[in-house]
Design a protein around this ligand. Structure first.
Ligand SMILES: [Fe+2]
Length: 484
């Protein structure tokens, strides 16, 4: 498994630049968010206490360009009090908050980190980067306290990414859609015909995840006990905001409006630039089909009783329990819903699944837990050396190390050519067995996807970081369904 390239082969893998860029093109490029007032205020007051006037000045002058990764909700999700440790069998978890400055030239520079948020920053350990900006020189290699803090953020993100963004928000949400659809639509209903190709393997795979991967592997890799893991999973599922996660809504809410993504400031956000385009490509395909099928418009949508049955099935207490799922009363709402289903199963799952080997097989970059307790004061953190960071890694626990390295490796196996979205579009557009309205729309889809290959390549060449290309959303490699 070490024959495939991974981030550990880069001499600069531990740097602020590599860490910042992972928020935009790493395994979880989906949660970096414009800093809300609350975090700005808290970071500001801690910066004052620590007499970091350079930080307070930057927070004031560049307030609209501050972003966070916020993992502060972990304790409330798993039922721990603010002061309680997140620990299970010698593995420690944490609930970090990371502050980033999106610099004018587009680099996302990490500025401050709360290692483990315990209800307020006064009660928590907060450290600011000695390097106020990406162009300031410094000995990043030997800044062990800061490197430890960045590792805490990676541990926090491991949990959010693997359990929430990946497992819940793609695998499990899609399963609810699949089951509800089979219960509501007949095999020849247009929704079934449109979506079924994107359901391949998902149900059996999820069964294996429920019976083996989660209980026997994932629990045992993090600082959460089994019951805390399930509580976290449930909390994340309850938070899933169906319409809020439509790509245009999600990017806008997180401070990356689609219409601005071609500005130089956003050129490093490869995921956003690609996924926004892909959303439009899928939506165009879906709307071409549905505008023909529901030629009577909104009226015909309302009179399709199976849609109402489906929505109820997704939301109901003895069904999907996905309470944020909307009513579908207009053709536009129907098109958005079908677009979202394909988005989750195809580009979104691919974006958050297939980079795990590259970023996580090299365990020091993104471990799933720490193997020493977190420091309880800034002074303690500032005394940390290389040895402390090494002790936090499972060097003396080969089973933990192997799982941390091997699980991401296994989940990232290359998609066979016949299981890609491009192959689907090209075979569908020429297959006599396909409905004519889907076949003709698929011809345009395959042309759009062909053109999108060049967009993905160009967006990647425009990244500042030219050591790790961002090509995961290339449609000739994007999986047709959630199949691993
Ligand atoms: Fe997956």
């Amino acid at each position: 498994m070490y024959l495939s390239k991974n981030i550990g082969l880069r001499r600069d893998w531990y740097t602020d630049a590599a860490f910042g860029q992972q928020q935009f093109t790493g395994t979880n490029p989906t949660t970096v968010t414009l800093a809300p007032r609350r975090w700005m205020d808290e970071f500001m007051s801690v910066a004052r206490v620590q007499e970091r006037t350079d930080v307070t000045k930057l927070l004031t002058e560049r307030a609209d360009n501050m972003y966070v990764q916020d993992y502060s909700d972990f304790r409330s999700s798993i039922g721990l009090y603010p002061g309680e440790r997140i620990v299970c069998d010698g593995r420690y978890g944490c609930s970090s908050v990371a502050l980033f400055h999106l610099e004018t030239e587009g680099k996302l520079h990490p500025l401050g980190i709360v290692l483990d948020y315990k209800g307020s920053m006064q009660e928590s350990v907060t450290i600011f980067n000695r390097r106020i900006a990406s162009n300031v020189n410094g000995n990043e290699y030997e800044d062990w306290p800061w490197r430890f803090a960045k590792t805490c953020v990676q541990v926090s993100d491991w949990l959010r990414h693997e359990v929430a963004i990946h497992l819940v928000n793609t695998h499990l949400v899609e399963e609810v859609i699949i089951v509800a659809a089979y219960r509501s639509f007949g095999p020849n209903h247009i929704i079934t015909r449109l979506l079924e190709p994107h359901w391949s393997t998902t149900l059996s795979l999820n069964k294996a995840a429920r019976e083996t991967l989660v209980p026997k592997i994932i629990i045992g890799m993090t600082g959460l006990s089994a019951s805390q893991t399930y509580a976290f999973l449930k909390a994340e599922y309850n938070k899933f905001d169906w319409k809020g996660l439509y790509i245009p809504n999600d990017l806008k809410k997180r401070g990356f409006p689609i219409e601005n993504l071609d500005e130089p400031k956003y050129h490093n956000y490869g995921y956003a630039r690609n996924i926004a385009r892909m959303w439009n490509i899928i939506r165009k395909f879906v709307s071409t089909v549905l505008e023909k099928e529901y030629a009577g418009g909104d009226q015909e949508v309302v009179s399709d009783r199976s849609l109402a049955v489906f929505c109820e099935e997704v939301r109901s207490r003895d069904g999907g329990q996905l309470t944020s799922f909307p009513d579908i009363n207009t053709l536009n709402e129907l098109i958005d819903f079908v677009t979202m289903c394909i988005h989750i199963a195809v580009p979104q799952h691919t974006a958050v699944n297939y980079l795990q080997q590259y970023y996580q097989t090299f365990v020091p970059n993104k471990p799933s837990a720490l193997h020493i307790p977190l420091p309880q004061s800034l002074a303690e953190l500032c005394s940390f050396t290389e040895q402390d960071l090494l002790s936090a890694l499972p060097l003396k626990k080969p089973r933990d190390w192997l799982l941390m390295a091997q699980v991401p490796y296994l989940l990232s196996f290359e998609v066979p050519e016949e299981s890609t979205i491009l192959h689907y579009a090209e075979t569908t557009s020429s297959s006599r067995a396909t409905l004519e309205i889907i076949r003709s729309a698929a011809q345009v889809l395959s042309m759009d996807l062909r053109a999108f290959i060049d967009t993905v390549t160009r967006n990647s060449t425009e990244l500042d970081d030219q050591q790790t290309p961002y090509l995961v959303l290339d449609p000739s490699k994007t999986a047709i369904s959630i199949l691993i």
